[in-house]
Design a protein around this ligand. Structure first.
Ligand SMILES: Nc1ncnc2c1ncn2[C@@H]1O[C@H](COP(=O)(O)OP(=O)(O)O)[C@@H](O)[C@H]1O
Ligand SMILES: [Mg+2]
Length: 225
């Protein structure tokens, strides 16, 4: 039987062991469904009102536009070097070690297209942190430290045509004109997708489209998208 969402839920539930907090990573290309999967997992795990899981997006570590301008990298926003990867790795380490107090994570505000500090509290009772983003499996530089902080990393698989369709639709939803949305998806996003695709070989689990939930209701604009 193909993997289903319930199988993912069972596997995610089994990760925190011996009272220790576990960190689950979800990787994949832009538009593959990482954020939607993370939101749905966390919602299902916390369904009865008890906080067992928290969603911490890599997108919160986007460098601010002011810094991208200074670096001359604004037009490549979303590339690996436009994130504070070392800061992300340091937060993941804190989330692992500091389980007796609230740890605040930054989010990414999709309308402003800017990171937003202190918007995602991870309470001590969250035994599982679900983090997701493009570059969790990149072997280079500080990204290798990110992988080392994670118990497992899953990779969202999706047909390229469908991924592009969803990506363009999402850019339009957040304010881009159709032509600009297509250009960004086929240009900047595609260069990033080409870096990410080979990292699927390093994943602990490949998540097929059949296991991915549909669009989530009530997306939180600061939780990353
Ligand atoms: N199973 C699905 N069916 C249809 N649309 C989906 C599905 N999963 C995600 N989407 C939509 O596709 C777009 C990309 O998904 P998202 O989770 O934001 O991907 P990622 O975080 O990997 O970039 C979003 O607009 C999302 O609402
Ligand atoms: Mg996302």
């Amino acid at each position: 039987m193909p993997l289903a969402f319930d199988d993912l839920l069972t596997r995610a539930r089994s990760l925190p062991r011996d009272g220790r907090r576990a960190l689950l990573g979800i990787a994949g290309s832009p538009g593959a469904g990482k954020t939607t999967l993370a939101e749905n997992l966390v919602r299902a795990l916390n369904g009865d009102g008890v906080c067992r899981a928290a969603h911490v997006p890599m997108d919160g570590f986007h460098l601010a536009d002011a810094e991208l301008d200074r670096l001359g990298r604004r037009d490549r926003k979303g590339a690996p070097d436009t994130f504070d990867a070392a800061g992300y790795a340091a937060l993941l380490r804190r989330l692992r070690e500091e389980t007796d107090e609230v740890v605040y994570a930054p989010g990414f505000e999709r309308v402003l297209e800017q990171p937003l500090a202190g918007v995602l509290p991870v309470p001590p009772e969250a035994r599982l942190v679900v983090t997701e983003g493009n570059y969790l499996l990149l072997p280079e530089g500080p990204w290798a430290r990110v992988r080392a902080c994670l118990d497992e990393v899953w990779f969202c698989e999706i047909a390229e045509e469908e991924r592009l369709r969803r990506l363009v639709a999402r850019h339009e939803e957040f304010g881009k004109e159709h032509a600009a949305a297509v250009a960004w998806a086929r240009g900047t996003d595609q260069a990033n997708a080409d870096l990410i695709a080979p990292t699927r070989a390093r994943a602990d689990l490949l998540v097929p489209p059949s296991a991915l939930p549909g669009r989530s209701a009530g997306r939180d604009p600061a939780s990353g998208a």
